[in-house]
Design a binder for this molecule. Structure first.
Ligand code: B12
Length: 296
């Protein structure tokens, strides 16, 4: 059975997802911690791995705290609708209000990006594809998103006034030809919030200028975000170029990875420090942290 256990440390509750298993040899039940879920005061359904959300013990735990799954989902849907409307009208003041309202109690900026903003961006893409919105509206929305993230960063940047984390820096980029940069911007925002030094060089830069920038900055890890299938080869070329002169860890991700052919994946995996298969924001941030801590 899986359930949530709260451990009190100096009067603060910390939540863990725990599995209770029967140990045949010792004839006793054993509690195995499956995952740390964060401070109990901040727990919500989004923090619980999908496969456990419908377990009775979990539903009961959340229901007790008025945070049950259907309530959270309904709440998210209505916030998404509101956000979409304000993006289309470029109402920046309203957008930042929505963010503040959402993150003022239990939800974090990561929750905002993952449960509200990204699903809205995907819906905007679908509406554009189905001809429900025109290209200009799509551009208005993506520009409004960029401004909103800048404002969120300004808000969070105060937290790093004491200086950056004592690790190497992180470079975020897109391969030549790729104009989709919001994925990198969101990852940048979360890394800044954690106090990392980040260089976001996303724009349609040619491969050789990215390479010379990396030579000069010598970062601890490079994240390459590729959205369009047609840009996978340019991502492969970029990784190959980076590896010619630098042994930096490289993480490649983004919407296009699911369309990559076997040979493209093989080409990327030839380089032992290339990380694929990551699209969950929390996992991306954790992996960056792990990669950087190995180096310092
Ligand atoms: C905004 C947008 C644009 C904007 C981009 C503005 C900007 N500054 O970024 C503009 C208007 C410029 C644009 C242009 C185009 N777009 Co466009 N666009 C979008 C839209 C609506 C949102 C993209 C986005 O930001 N998503 C949010 C991010 C956060 O999600 P994500 O990229 O999936 O990232 C997640 C993961 O993949 C992962 N991740 C991302 N990067 C990385 C990196 C690493 C290292 C790791 C580990 C993980 C990771 O983390 C994120 C969180 O889970 C999408 C819709 C969609 N479904 O995404 C269409 C979409 C991507 N666009 C599309 C198309 C076709 C185009 C155009 C060709 C046509 C057009 N619309 O004019 C051009 C191409 C331009 C080019 N050469 O790149 C298609 C792509 C179809 C396909 N199957 O590949 C989509 C899916 C729309 C659709 N439904 O058809 N677009």
């Amino acid at each position: 059975m899986v359930y949530i256990r709260i451990k009190q440390v100096k009067n603060i509750g910390y939540a863990y997802l725990v599995e209770s298993k029967w140990n045949k040899e010792k004839h006793t039940s054993q509690q195995i911690i499956k995952q740390y879920l964060g401070p109990a005061a901040q727990i919500n359904v989004n923090k619980i791995p999908k496969e456990y959300r419908n377990k009775t013990s979990i539903i009961k735990f959340l229901a007790k705290r008025n945070l049950d799954f259907s309530r959270s989902t309904k709440l998210n849907e209505s916030i998404q609708e509101n956000l979409m409307e304000k993006l289309k009208c470029y109402e920046i003041n309203e957008l930042i209000k929505i963010y503040h309202e959402y993150t003022k109690s239990v939800y974090t900026s990561l929750d905002f990006y993952e449960k509200i903003l990204i699903p809205v961006l995907y819906k905007i893409g679908d509406q554009w594809e189905n001809g429900e919105i025109d290209v200009a509206t799509e551009h208005v929305c993506s520009n409004a998103v960029n401004t909103l993230i800048d404002l969120i960063n300004q808000n969070n940047i105060k937290k790093i006034s004491n200086g950056y984390e004592d690790t190497k820096s992180i470079v975020l980029c897109t391969p030549e030809g790729e104009l989709h940069s919001i994925g990198c911007k969101i990852i940048e925002s979360l890394l800044l919030e954690k106090g990392y030094e980040v260089y976001n060089i996303t724009s349609a830069l040619p491969t050789n200028s990215i390479e010379s920038f990396l030579d000069n900055t010598n970062p601890g890890v490079v994240l390459i975000s590729v959205t369009l299938e047609e840009n996978i080869n340019s991502a492969v070329r970029l990784v190959q170029e980076i590896r010619k002169s630098l042994q930096i860890s490289v993480m490649v991700g983004g919407n296009a990875i699911k369309y990559a052919t076997k040979s493209q994946i093989q080409l990327l995996q030839k380089y032992d420090k290339v990380y694929l298969d990551l699209d969950n924001l929390a996992d991306i941030i954790t992996n960056v942290k792990v990669v950087l801590s190995k180096k310092s």
